[in-house]
Design a protein around this ligand. Structure first.
Ligand SMILES: NC(=O)c1ccc[n+]([C@@H]2O[C@H](COP(=O)([O-])OP(=O)(O)OC[C@H]3O[C@@H](n4cnc5c(N)ncnc54)[C@H](OP(=O)(O)O)[C@@H]3O)[C@@H](O)[C@H]2O)c1
Length: 383
């Protein structure tokens, strides 16, 4: 029996995780979902509660708790950010799937690792804003992180082909998003509905826009740095529009090991849940003869200035990545609301970073302060 908690259960990764667990149990695995954490989507959460019968759930607001309690009078319900931590501390939990979106995912990751648990990590912001904190907790308490992101799942698999000191570089593939071939002069005028139309993946709203700006790819470089202990200048993004090769490891002898799969997040989610095993749950297969040409090209830095802005924050370290992350979150929301043009997302991140002079040591409190400051700045930002 493996007991699982799913944070962000109502989102794209969360719902696919429940699907994967259902498939695994159908072929003889014995997963029990003991807790679900969600935000505001009480309808979807209610359907999930009815289907998987968890012991405890967390919702973002008291109003959500009242609605859920009316429907499920015997269910234990906790609320808010503290509630997420209560959920993670539930007794006898083996795996915490963190599929929350945003920096709110960091404290539950830290607490789960402090309890020595395995964290199946989709929430990339945990490592982006708190990579050093996560590293310290891992060293002190011995929990485990298994990545869910398809690129990091690919790297984990490719890294098993050699020793860490034999690695020359990690190559992280990027589809290039919906504006890969849009003339640069037109990027100012692209509409939210165009940006939300990702060519290969069906994901949550924020990561979809972050894929169009390449903030997402910079986040993935930071994640890879912390997950695998590889310096930033040995991690390289490469444009690969088909999203079939999910990432590659180049070894010092010239060998390059890649992982390929259809662009379906349930494959890396499953790998994280049963790592390092490979069960057959009848997920889609790759037909190499049908995928067409697989092309690779260098990242065009003029097209994706947000990539450089976020990596600059990563190299600066401390709370700078928290500033970049929070500014991006606000600017993405403003773009979707039609308040600012698409290109203002990158400029606004750079402007927030330019105004951030604090170099206090990284703590959870410092991350929160940087996050609050950057949100205020990004809300007022005028392109
Ligand atoms: N989607 C993908 O294919 C993919 C791939 C790789 C990595 N990731 C990463 O995985 C994470 C989740 O992405 P996603 O695409 O699944 O996002 P999503 O569809 O937007 O789902 C986000 C989840 O977080 C919950 N949430 C948001 N704010 C919350 C709050 N204040 N308190 C509690 N719960 C809250 C949402 O709850 P409600 O909806 O109930 O409000 C929802 O369950 C992100 O870090 C993303 O970058 C995603």
């Amino acid at each position: 029996m493996r007991r699982v908690i799913i944070l962000g259960s109502t989102g794209s990764i969360g719902t696919q995780t429940i699907d994967v667990i259902t498939r695994l149990n159908r072929i003889g695995y014995d997963f029990e979902i003991v807790g679900l954490g969600a935000g505001h989507n009480i309808e979807r959460l209610s359907q999930q509660v009815a289907a998987v019968r968890p012991r405890v759930v967390c919702v973002a607001e008291e109003s959500g708790r009242d609605e859920l309690a009316r429907r499920f009078p015997d269910l234990e319900i906790v609320v808010g950010e503290d509630g997420l931590l209560v959920l993670v501390r539930t007794d006898d939990v083996d795996i915490v799937v963190n599929a929350l979106v945003g920096a709110i995912g960091l404290p539950p990751t830290l607490v789960a690792l402090e309890q020595g648990r395995t964290v199946a990590l989709a929430n990339k912001e945990s490592l982006v804003v708190g990579g050093e904190l996560v590293k310290t907790v891992l060293a002190d308490h011995g929990g485990t992180i298994v990545p869910i992101d398809s690129e990091h799942s690919a790297l984990l698999q490719a890294l098993s082909a050699g020793k860490r000191e034999e690695v020359r570089r990690l190559v992280i593939t990027a589809s290039g998003g919906p504006f890969l071939r849009t003339p640069l002069v037109e990027l100012d005028r692209v509409r939210p509905e165009d940006a939300l139309h990702h060519p290969n993946w069906n994901m949550g709203t924020r990561i979809t826009i972050d894929s169009a700006t390449m903030v997402n790819k910079a986040f993935e470089v930071i994640e890879a740095h912390y997950l695998f202990g590889i310096p930033y200048d040995h991690i390289e993004p490469v444009i690969h529009p088909a999203s079939v090769v999910h990432s590659l490891v180049e070894y010092r002898d010239g060998s390059v090991i890649a992982q390929l799969a259809p662009p379906d997040m349930r494959i890396p989610i499953q790998y994280a849940l049963v790592y390092p095993h490979r069960p057959d749950t009848e997920l889609p297969r790759l037909d190499l003869t049908a995928v067409g040409p697989l092309t690779f090209a260098p990242l065009d830095h003029a097209r994706y200035p947000a990539f450089d802005a976020v990596l600059f924050a990563a190299e600066r370290g401390g709370t700078a990545p928290a500033v970049a992350n929070a500014a991006d979150e606000v600017l993405v929301t403003r773009f979707l609301a039609g308040e600012i043009p698409f290109t203002a997302i990158a400029r606004g991140i750079a402007a927030a970073l330019a105004g951030w002079t604090d170099d206090a040591p990284l703590t959870l409190a410092a991350v929160r302060a940087a996050d609050r400051w950057a949100r205020t700045v990004a809300r007022k930002y005028t392109p």
